[in-house]
Unconditional design. Structure first.
Length: 521
């Protein structure tokens, strides 16, 4: 049981969030606020590809944005108010399928990785090790033994605490660059699909709930002829469970009902859509034959390594789509994970949002006019208000759309976080006498699993989540916790959030928007 400190607590070492529990079914949530975005703000660049990622590269408590262009990766630094400025250009030889952000050497500075090919056609994996300021670093290259690489993912799949790189090797093999520390990697192939289908996408998450990183993979037989005709069939989502020591077993397989010849599998994502504490799966495909809709399939994790199709949604498409991207995030702070989809093609209407209304019901909202024509899609808080904004690529620019959803729940603020000094964490809008729990994560923001005793509420803090205190709301609905920042607290960003447990079994629990800030010396 986590210890809740009531008077001037010190923010001690992480305690796993057991006080709120995990693992029971979704109950109820507060009413959903209508998801809204403002008009797009454009940032010009040249030869923009659908490559986006984000992280706090300069450790100032604000999320920065990486945009992939023809010449290399461009790091744009955020001012926390929606402004972005180009600060670092990292060259690569050819445009990679994906750029990843993760701390590969354990120095608490976020690095970048991608697959590459030198001018002499030799194959490599490149890691840019961030010096800590986001403006300088070291490029290191690692031999890549096989040519085909459709996708890339980063996670600790070996279980040693270091972030590994997963890479697809054509047509159906998944391999890993196992991180051995000291900026060294060991290449190892560990899984080959038993069909001739190609890997379209891989994502990583603890799908079976045993504490390690599993893999969901999207496979499809896909052939493009010289007559501009796609031969497409047999689309499968395969779940690979991590057995330890770099051993994975095929635990489940679902054939998606995409048996027409024009639905091309494009993207895959994981998230706890029903709030039961298990990670579910979403897959997206696009059509290239006129103005026909894209398809989003939702797969429910039923436990015991079983998944089933829980929903199939047609999302309007452009005249001539090329691919689509899918992102999972709670866009209106109601505790349910929503979906955002962007398509790359002519005459696109922009961004599409599937709002999660609970019980596997998703409402497809009117398209958001982003005036961007790329499928590169990123959900990140660029305005420091605890609401995730949208970044979408276009051909010679990229667009930022501010999340202007009107929130009706409690608000949350805190004072400056300084080592060894007291900080105040304040929630307003609670009911008098309610207990308000304050949480933090050094892993940044991102959707959690549903929390059982909060009625399936998903938080906006990346696991592991820590309870560092609680406070009681006064007659005016204000709860304030005063705590000392440990003198040895790690410098850099920390994300915090407050939650209020309400209703029978926590069925009506609510959360505040999250906040990310830097701990100062």
């Amino acid at each position: 049981m986590s210890r809740l400190v009531k008077r001037e607590p010190e923010l001690t070492a992480p305690t796993v969030l057991t006080i709120l529990g995990v693992g029971t079914a979704w109950m109820a949530q507060a009413g959903a606020q209508a998801i809204e975005f403002g008009k797009p703000v454009f940032f010009p660049d040249t030869n923009v590809f659908s490559l986006l990622t984000s992280a706090d590269f300069d450790r100032d408590g604000r999320s920065d944005v990486v945009v992939g262009v023809r010449e290399g990766a461009h790091i744009y630094f955020s001012d926390g108010e929606g402004g972005l400025s180009l600060g670092t250009i990292i060259p690569y030889y050819e445009v990679p399928p994906r750029i990843l952000a993760a701390d590969f050497d354990g120095d608490h500075a976020v690095d970048l990785a991608w697959t590459d090919q030198r001018p002499d056609r030799s194959l490599i994996v490149t890691v840019w090790y961030n010096a800590g300021d986001g403006r300088s670093g070291t490029l290191m290259h690692f031999t890549r033994p096989r040519a085909f690489s459709a996708d890339l993912a980063a996670a600790d799949v070996s279980g040693d605490g270091a972030i590994d790189l997963l890479i697809t090797q054509g047509p159906g093999t998944i391999a890993a660059y196992v991180n051995r520390g000291g900026r060294t990697f060991e290449f190892q192939e560990f899984y080959t699909y038993n069909r001739i289908d190609s890997i379209r996408r891989i994502v990583v998450g603890d799908v079976d709930g045993d504490g390690d990183s599993d893999i969901a993979a999207l496979f499809q037989y896909f052939y493009f002829s010289y007559h501009n005709y796609y031969d497409i069939k047999d689309t499968h989502v395969v779940l690979l469970t991590n057995e330890g020591s770099m051993s994975f077993s095929q635990a489940a397989e679902v054939q998606l009902p995409w048996q027409t010849d024009d639905v091309i599998a494009s993207d895959l994502a994981v998230g706890d859509f029903d709030g039961d504490g298990d990670l579910d799966i979403a897959a997206a495909g696009w059509r290239d034959r006129g103005q026909t809709p894209n398809i989003v399939a939702l797969l429910e994790n039923e436990g015991s390594e079983a998944i089933r199709i829980a929903g199939l949604h047609e999302v309007p498409g452009s005249f001539e789509g090329l691919e689509c991207s899918l992102v999972v995030r709670d866009l209106n702070t109601n505790g349910r994970l929503d979906l955002a989809l962007a398509e790359n093609g002519d005459f696109t209407e922009g961004l599409y949002v599937l709002q999660n209304d609970g019980d596997w019901s998703f409402a497809i909202l009117d398209p958001v006019r982003s005036d961007a024509e790329g499928s590169g899609l990123l959900v990140v808080d660029l305005t420091s208000d605890g609401q995730p904004d949208i970044v979408q690529t276009s051909f010679e620019e990229f667009a930022m759309l501010m999340n202007i959803t009107i929130l009706s729940g409690p608000t949350y603020t805190h004072s400056t976080l300084v080592r060894g000094e007291f900080a105040e964490f304040v929630v307003t809008g609670a009911e008098p006498g309610e207990r308000v729990h304050f949480l933090y994560s050094v892993g940044g923001s991102g959707p959690s699993r549903g929390v059982a005793s909060l009625g399936g509420l998903t938080l906006d803090l990346s696991e592991v989540v820590t309870v560092f205190g609680e406070a009681e709301a006064d007659p005016g609905g204000r709860a304030m916790l005063r705590g000392r920042i440990p003198i040895r607290a790690p410098l850099g960003p920390v994300s915090t959030q407050a939650v209020i447990r309400r209703g029978p079994g926590g069925a009506d629990s609510v959360k505040t928007p999250f906040r990310t800030a830097r701990i100062l010396p």
